[in-house]
Write a protein that binds this ligand. Structure first.
Ligand code: AMP
Length: 202
């Protein structure tokens, strides 16, 4: 089964992916994580991507699609979550050539809650673990890495990311209408898990 998670930045795609990985053994493919790893490793791709990411803009379609195509060459898993890809119609058309998508889950949360959640979000700069309540002190409890506020989670950048979601990613809702399911992630974690299990018949 191959799933695409669609949703605004901060809607909880990462949290839902973590749940599906832990409970059901999905492979989590996050284009944002792959790009951040490239930035950390100072690759050519990372340097190129950083210019777009730090402003909250999308990395160009050709760059992202080539990166994903390359990544998928080594993937043998049947159960895959695409988190943060596709983000444009052109990416969705490209994805169709690499993979058969069974379901698209649109993760919905009102924008005011998103802004509040993102400004409280911290992330481990080494392993990517997300800390959601803003009260986390000290290093990452999983790997000891430094826990930071992502550059693109700063308030001025979040507004641009939300605008880009509206303009460039929302058209995917009608593109995928035949296989689209909606999850309301504005309530409790438990409530979200129940909705996910129902959608996936788990
Ligand atoms: P994310 O971690 O998914 O929120 O992604 C962080 C940033 O990486 C985005 O704001 C974009 O700048 C870039 N990015 C991630 N995935 C894509 C994609 N599919 N297309 C273009 N840019 C992307």
């Amino acid at each position: 089964m191959k799933i695409v998670l669609l949703g605004a930045p901060g809607a909880g795609k990462g949290y839902i992916s973590d749940y599906l990985v832990k409970e059901y053994n999905f492979l989590h493919i996050s284009t944002g994580n792959i790009l951040r790893q490239n930035i950390k490793d100072k690759t050519v791709l990372g340097q190129l991507a950083n210019g777009f990411m730090s402003k909250g803009e999308l990395v160009p379609d050709e760059v992202i699609c080539q990166m994903l195509e390359q990544f998928l060459k080594n993937v043998k898993n049947d159960k895959v979550i695409f988190d943060g890809f596709p983000r444009t119609l052109s990416q969705a058309q490209k994805l169709k050539q690499f993979a058969n998508i069974d379901k698209v889950i649109l993760v919905e949360v009102p924008n005011d809650i998103i802004i509040q959640r993102i400004s409280n979000r911290r992330v481990c700069s080494t392993c990517g673990t997300i800390y959601v309540n803003g009260k986390h002190k000290g290093d990452c409890t999983k790997c000891g890495g430094k826990v930071i506020l992502r550059d693109d989670d700063k308030t001025e950048v979040i507004c641009n990311r939300l605008k880009i979601f509206e303009q460039q990613t929302k058209p995917l809702i009608s593109y995928y209408k035949d296989i689209l399911e909606v999850v309301d992630n504005s309530g409790s974690e438990q409530n979200t898990k129940i909705q996910i299990n129902k959608i996936l018949n788990f």
